[in-house]
Ligand binder design. Structure first.
Ligand SMILES: CC(C)(COP(=O)(O)OP(=O)(O)OC[C@H]1O[C@@H](n2cnc3c(N)ncnc32)[C@H](O)[C@@H]1OP(=O)(O)O)[C@@H](O)C(=O)NCCC(=O)NCCS
Length: 142
């Protein structure tokens, strides 16, 4: 299994990220399409993971001054459980450090908090609803 993770710098690359998010969040998790694709996509840094050349996962990074918000973390079902999600997050965290951010924050679906805890993120504050799915804020000092 040859995994490649890179920052998207073409429209075609972003089309792959969008297709993964539509499959995972809109089709699988029933998030409304107009909430899934938002105005932050125009300013975000998009990350694409491929496995043996096929689009397999994505995430995006949004600048928040001294912190960066990582979001839209998704791995296509058939590639889950093989470390692709962790590799995407490691890549995003390394890139955030390289860019000089002092912390990374994210809004985690509650069920997936242990995935982010393994990467060092700590949950804080109460649970809240986003697009019909329970979430909590998480933070990682960089
Ligand atoms: C969450 C998601 C990105 C994880 O991707 P993945 O490629 O399956 O994760 P990995 O195989 O890299 O797992 C890394 C570690 O996290 C753990 N993990 C992964 N998903 C988990 C979950 N839902 N609950 C608890 N632990 C989880 C793995 O067991 C693994 O642990 P290990 O290091 O001890 O082996 C993927 O399941 C997904 O796309 N889910 C649907 C979309 C979603 O809910 N995204 C999160 C939005 S906040």
């Amino acid at each position: 299994m040859n995994v490649d993770i890179h920052i998207v710098d073409t429209d075609a690359g972003f089309d792959h990220c969008r297709a993964i998010r539509m499959k995972v969040f809109v089709e699988e998790q029933a998030v409304p399409a107009d909430l899934e694709m938002d105005e932050l996509d125009a300013v975000a840094t998009h990350i694409l993971a491929t496995v043996d050349g096929k689009p397999a996962g994505t995430a995006r990074m949004v600048d928040r001054g001294t912190s960066v918000k990582i979001g839209r973390v998704a791995v296509v079902k058939e590639y889950r459980g093989g470390g692709v999600g962790r590799m995407i997050m490691d890549f995003a965290i390394d890139e955030a450090r390289r860019r000089g951010y002092t912390e990374a924050v994210l809004s985690s679906q509650t069920y997936v908090i242990p995935f982010y805890e393994r990467l060092g993120f700590v949950a804080e504050g109460p649970e809240y609803d986003d697009a019909g799915i329970p979430h909590r804020m998480m933070r990682l000092p960089l």
